[in-house]
Design a protein around this ligand. Structure first.
Ligand code: SAM
Length: 276
């Protein structure tokens, strides 16, 4: 179980109790208290010695200190909760040149501007904003050397889902189009305070040098959203608003969104973009 003083810094439980960091549900706060796991997540990212890490939501700093102790060149953490800003002074004191803390909402930050390349995003994401954050990063996937992110398992399953499965949907297509995705390991709810109701999964995303197929972000997003908006309907129905000649694109009108590969969606997106 947790042995949170093993890295020579103040035990994590002391930080939480000294700064009265009772978790706030509205901020998606489930603090990872098992330092064996925070170090395991940090090590999953490989050699970080030349990498600027951008961390979302450091909370009391369990993952932050692990990333720093594992040798990241620099860590820039964005945290919304003012209580954590005060609590994290112990990390600024320990790593004055390699740690920068930003008080703000990660949804409103242009994180590219925060650090030069090579940059990597690492986070135990607040579950309530995990998907919009990921979408905003996917749009600029090439700006990142990689991402090491923790999601609810159900979201991680959607990221790696293949066609003809229940979990396959918008998130699977947009992510698979731009990144190679790997589920690394699951984390039991008991490792967190408070324990969430669901299992969490650590995921690695590696941006592809080139997307799986060419298409613009906006057209791809529109086509994919339209198709999965009515996922049980045949494409001739669900894609009707796009007014595309599916047969001429080699796509069966009687198939459903969940049967299409990423390349099929890209083909539809290119045809849609040409028309508009
Ligand atoms: N990294 C810590 C850990 O692993 O124990 C905390 C993870 S907790 C799941 C999510 C953290 O994100 C919380 O500290 C929360 O305050 C912060 N947070 C929530 N919404 C945020 C936002 N929009 N921008 C920045 N931080 C946010």
């Amino acid at each position: 179980m947790s042995n949170d003083s093993f890295d020579g810094l103040v035990p994590l439980r002391e930080i939480v109790s000294n700064f009265d960091l009772a978790a706030q549900k509205s901020l998606g706060q489930n603090f990872l208290m098992d330092m064996n796991l925070t170090y395991r997540i940090a090590r999953t990212a490989g050699d970080l010695s030349k990498i600027n890490v951008i961390e979302i939501g450091p909370g009391p700093g369990g993952l932050t200190r692990a990333i720093l102790k594992c040798g990241a060149k620099k860590v820039i953490s964005i945290e919304r909760d003012e209580r954590c800003i005060d609590a994290l002074r112990y990390i600024s004191d320990e790593f004055p040149d390699r740690f920068q803390l930003i008080h703000g909402d990660a949804l409103e930050q242009d994180i590219i501007k925060l650090a030069p390349a090579p940059r990597r995003i690492m986070a135990n994401l607040p579950y309530n904003v995990a998907t919009p954050l990921l979408i905003s990063w996917l749009k600029r996937a090439k700006e990142f050397e990689g991402m090491t992110l923790m999601f609810q398992k159900e979201v991680a399953d959607r990221l790696v889902a293949k066609p003809r499965t229940k979990a396959y949907g918008r998130l699977s297509v947009m992510t698979g189009w731009l990144c190679e995705v790997k589920c690394e390991f699951n984390i039991d709810p008991k490792a967190f305070t408070p324990a969430p109701k669901v299992i969490s999964t650590v995921v690695t995303l590696k941006p592809r040098a080139q997307p799986l197929a060419s298409a613009s972000w906006n057209a791809m997003e529109h086509v994919v959203a339209t198709a999965f908006g009515q996922r049980r309907k045949m494409l001739r129905q669900s894609l009707k608003p796009l007014e595309l000649d599916l047969a001429s694109l080699g796509i069966s009108e009687t198939s459903r969104a969940e049967e299409l590969e990423v390349e099929d969606f890209a083909k539809l997106a290119r045809a849609f973009a040409e028309k508009t």
